[in-house]
Write a protein that binds this ligand. Sequence first.
Ligand SMILES: Cc1cc2nc3c(=O)[nH]c(=O)nc-3n(C[C@H](O)[C@H](O)[C@H](O)COP(=O)(O)OP(=O)(O)OC[C@H]3O[C@@H](n4cnc5c(N)ncnc54)[C@H](O)[C@@H]3O)c2cc1C
Ligand code: FES
Length: 280
Amino acid sequence: MTPGKDFTPYAPRPATLVRKVRLSDFVTLFEFEQDNGRPLAHKPGQFIQVSVYGVGEAPFSISSRPKAGTNSFEIAVRNIGSVTSALHALPVGAKVGIRGPFGSYFPVQEFVGKDTLFVAGGLGYIPLRSLLRYQLRHRDEFGRIMLLIGTRSPSERIFVDEIEKLSQRDDIEVMETVDCVGDSCWQGNVGVITTLLPKVRLDVENTYVAMVGPPVMYRFVIGACVGDQCISPERIYVSLERKMKCGLGKCGHCQINGVSACVSGPVFRYTDIEPLKEAL
Ligand SMILES: Cc1cc2nc3c(=O)[nH]c(=O)nc-3n(C[C@H](O)[C@H](O)[C@H](O)COP(=O)(O)OP(=O)(O)OC[C@H]3O[C@@H](n4cnc5c(N)ncnc54)[C@H](O)[C@@H]3O)c2cc1C
Ligand code: FES
């Protein structure tokens, strides 16, 4: 769908908060509806700029899958500073402004007919969820879907019920780990996300990787591949977050060695960012 006549990437469009779901102590899911009645028309991996009126604007990944017939979409936000705490304080029915969708996205068509290994560290499940839900919606078009999730502690896990439901399906393989258990009653895997890798047997020639987490995780995951379980970095896609303002490649806030992360990213093929000193 093409944007309407009134579309300008500079002017926030009004949207209404229609649902809030607490995902953890600090993270909340927000469902919005665009007041213009149109679908957001995003691609998995893209982000929007959300303005909380009177406070400011901040970028967030779109967490829902692209949906043609609806004007609703979801983001999930960690409460960390001024815009995010103002967002958390909004009641259902409140208005925000949105710009976008912006940026690059996971090349969904390239993944058709292939296996996908999702690697989500920390809040990385939020952007990956858009691609995952798209693939599950079009399940017949894709091969194996494997989801690895690593979180610092059990209390920081997000989308817990959703992931529990996914792990009960027989058309997706889900594995989760936490770095440390603390005083929780967690009975699952313990250890960093790389400890899950030896537990999945991959058809490496037929597998794409979609990975989102702290950049240091990317190096460790790629460094952890051994023997015949290494996937070519050409088939690994990652997302890089940088502080952003315009989202349009104009202000320079998000530059990584001269590359605008808001336009060329946030989703990059791993081999495209590996040479950039400031990227990882
Ligand atoms: C493309 C993209 C997608 C994003 N997707 C999500 C998402 O889905 N969910 C989510 O919760 N957050 C996401 N973020 C991060 C989010 O934009 C920041 O947390 C938000 O801008 C903080 O705004 P604030 O006004 O609440 O915090 P501020 O008051 O501006 O800052 C609070 C603290 O957060 C730090 N901070 C601010 N922005 C960033 C950033 N981009 N990266 C690292 N540290 C930062 C500041 O240095 C400061 O220490 C994304 C960022 C980008 C660039
Ligand atoms: S945010 Fe302005 S150039 Fe990327």
